[in-house]
Design a protein. Sequence first.
Length: 68
Amino acid sequence: MVEEKQVNCQVDCVNGCVLGDKCPSIEHREATSKFIEDTPLDKMLEIAEAARMKKMMEPPKWILPDDI
């Protein structure tokens, strides 16, 4: 059995959670599943479009290197 502290979910759980019921993100998975089941696809597309438009309206973020 894999210990929780040694698991990098982004890498180790790509093909499914390796911790099962001991997953620290289990409540998030349940909430996500409920959202997907309860929300029509048209509503999800509206949410995505609103997020895209908000992102497009933000001013550009400049990242300058420290060694200038």
